[in-house]
Design a protein around this ligand. Structure first.
Ligand SMILES: Cc1cc2nc3c(=O)[nH]c(=O)nc-3n(C[C@H](O)[C@H](O)[C@H](O)COP(=O)(O)OP(=O)(O)OC[C@H]3O[C@@H](n4cnc5c(N)ncnc54)[C@H](O)[C@@H]3O)c2cc1C
Length: 380
């Protein structure tokens, strides 16, 4: 346990910064979070709110499950939305059904809790699936639907009330050295440890660190329907056969290559924009829909109508929600460190960079931050 004279600064109030603030505060340190905007406005409030352990490779699955315990602790304490609804990958091709079957066998041996569902079960448990289309479904019980806007807005209050974490909003950090940071108004602040959790803005403070690191920003387009009528419920969160080529867990299946090749040949437009389709439900009943993946130099500030149309085309092929009226469209950008769960560096003593979780920040941040701070940084 650190004494509360151990001062820790966190730069960034997205999920990665908040996870580090929580983990550091639990060691007994006095934690201050610096956020340059008036509230978190980055990737952490722009996502699906899918806590999605099943998408993780087997070695990270237990870390994701630990994150889930922490999400439950937070949601229970603050009475925020956390729907432990599980997930279903709904597939409509035989080659995709073969991947699901293979994953249930191989993944089961590795500890994933999954069941293969036939069409009748998919249709009875997932009211949004178009009748007669599913070849099979992969049900996983470990997924939880979080509302990102609600939870990221509430986490600061939780950390302040329970752990005395301080927040400095509208305070950009412009310079960091060992033991000291400077904010945009020129003020200097002393800290024992400084964590830079600045999301896709990873280069501003320590550009030299990233000249040789293959870190990439990635832009995703998203949509949300109006609240569904009559309190209609989605049931488990939904993914499709396209998703099999997106998450690392399915890489253990030799049959996946055939799916990837067919999609590349039949629908190159989906690969061009990295499109796979998923659906979650927000606390007001709206269905959150997405997404696409455009990397680095392909990223433009303007969203492409073509991408939204492709996402909706693929979703509507499989799913039939009562009301498809689109209420909101937006994009988010995250930092992706390819083939790694996250990026960590210590550019100066006691100055730590943590970013690069890609599409898994809501799933992995709590577990990874706790693991890093608990076992490595403060273990002495
Ligand atoms: C569209 C979309 C859908 C996604 N869906 C999911 C999902 O369903 N499940 C899942 O697990 N993950 C999902 N993700 C991934 C997840 O959202 C990200 O991994 C995660 O939000 C990244 O968090 P972060 O804290 O690194 O970044 P951010 O949330 O972007 O936070 C970084 C913060 O740092 C602040 N900052 C930067 N520089 C400074 C500075 N110098 N001084 C002060 N403050 C600074 C920024 O203002 C910002 O608030 C999705 C991402 C997107 C974009």
């Amino acid at each position: 346990m650190k004494s509360n004279t151990h001062q820790v600064a966190i730069i960034g109030s997205g999920i990665v910064g908040l996870a580090h603030a929580w983990a550091a505060a639990k060691t007994g340190a006095q934690v201050t979070v610096f956020e340059r905007t008036d509230k978190a406005r980055g990737a952490s409030v722009r996502n699906f709110g899918m806590f999605w352990p099943v998408g993780q490779p087997a070695d990270l699955y237990p870390v994701a499950l630990r994150s889930g315990e922490l999400w439950r602790e937070f949601a229970t304490a603050m009475k925020t939305t956390a729907r432990p609804c599980g997930s279903v990958h709904v597939v409509d091709h035989d080659d995709e059904a073969a991947v699901l079957e293979e994953f249930v066998k191989l993944g089961g041996d590795l500890g994933y809790e999954c069941e293969l569902w036939n069409r009748a079960t998919v249709e009875s448990r997932c009211p949004g699936v178009r009748p007669g289309i599913a070849k099979a479904g992969l049900f996983s019980p470990t997924e939880t639907n979080i509302d990102p806007r609600e939870s990221i807005a509430t986490l600061p209050a939780f950390l302040t009330e329970k752990f005395g974490v301080r927040f400095r909003w509208k305070t950009a950090v412009t310079e960091v050295t060992t033991g000291l940071l400077r904010t945009a108004d020129g003020t200097k602040h002393n800290f024992d440890d400084i964590f830079i959790c600045s999301g896709h803005d990873f280069e501003s403070l320590f550009p030299a660190v990233f000249t040789t690191v293959p870190m990439k920003p990635c832009k995703l387009q998203m949509l949300r329907t109006v609240p569904q009528p009559g309190g209609w419920k989605l049931g488990p969160m939904l993914a499709s056969g396209l998703t099999l080529r997106h998450y690392a867990n399915f890489e253990i299946c030799p049959s996946l290559n055939a799916v990837k090749q067919r999609i590349a040949t039949e629908s190159p437009e989906l690969d061009r924009y990295g499109i796979h389709v998923m659906a979650s439900q927000d606390r007001n009943g709206g269905i959150v829909l997405g997404d696409s993946h455009e990397y680095a130099n392909d990223i433009e500030i303007f969203d492409k109508a073509e991408i939204d149309d492709l996402i909706l085309r693929e979703l509507r092929r499989l799913f039939d929600f009562p009301d498809w009226t689109i209420a909101e469209r937006w994009h988010g950008i995250y930092a992706k460190y390819p083939d790694h769960p996250e990026f960590r560096a210590e550019p100066l003593p006691n100055v730590h960079i943590a970013t690069g979780m890609g599409g898994s920040g809501m799933t992995m941040s709590f577990g990874l931050a706790e693991m890093f701070l608990g076992k490595q940084l403060f273990s002495s």
